[in-house]
Design a protein around this ligand. Structure first.
Ligand code: TDO
Length: 183
């Protein structure tokens, strides 16, 4: 398992090793000790899974505020996504900047997104299944969102507003400038 910093070093790519043979492959997809050595010592306590039928589904951008702020470890079980993290740490030199990484079932790469970031993804294939671990329980009172295509963030999404499929609440999410200090 390799752990590689992205352009925002707190967000990390996690690349599990695959042991291939005639049957297929075997992979350790979660190793607390290896991740801790690489600076990911979070205790994950909830596993989530979502299925998106249409390609071009956008979920996000989402985060939970304190005391329920969540770190997430994301992977794709079927299909592919462009996975995005936006830095919302107000004292960060990269505040408002984002990183985007392709995650797919074929490659098995994962993304670690710490607390202090908004997270979202766009499905790049139909019938995409995403699984992620979080280190704080779901808390509807602390659940917040941020506009996926806020020009102030400038994420290079693979779909435009006309094609993207979003939940009602994500369509009308606040802009970064209207969020205030959240972390
Ligand atoms: C996130 C979540 C939702 N729910 C419920 C609330 C609602 O009725 C239904 C669907 O919720 P949402 O529309 O928020 O689901 P979704 O848009 O898939 O939300 C997720 O998006 C990605 C990008 C994330 O990063 C996640 O943390 C989460 O916010 O599931 C839970 O019961 N537990 C949870 O942990």
């Amino acid at each position: 398992m390799q752990v590689i910093n992205t352009d925002i070093p707190a967000v990390k790519r996690v690349i599990p090793k695959r042991h291939g043979d005639d049957r297929g492959w075997f992979s350790e997809v979660f190793r607390a000790d290896v991740l801790a050595q690489a600076g990911i010592a979070n205790v994950f306590i909830q596993d989530n899974q979502s299925f998106s039928a249409p390609q071009g589904t956008v979920r996000g951008l989402h985060f939970q505020t304190a005391p329920a702020a969540q770190a997430k470890l994301i992977r794709v079980l079927a299909g592919a996504i462009l996975d995005v993290a936006v830095d919302l740490r107000s004292d960060s030199p990269t505040y408002g900047r984002s990183v985007a990484v392709r995650l797919d079932a074929a490659g098995g790469e994962q993304l670690f997104v710490p607390a202090g970031f908004a997270h979202g993804f766009c499905t790049l294939e139909p019938n995409t299944m995403v699984a992620y671990k979080v280190d704080a329980y779901y808390s509807p009172e602390n659940d917040r969102n941020l506009r996926w295509n806020d020009p102030a963030i400038g994420i290079d999404w693979p779909v435009g507003e006309a094609e993207a499929i979003l939940s009602g609440k994500d369509k009308t999410a606040p802009l970064l400038a209207d969020l205030g200090r959240v972390f």
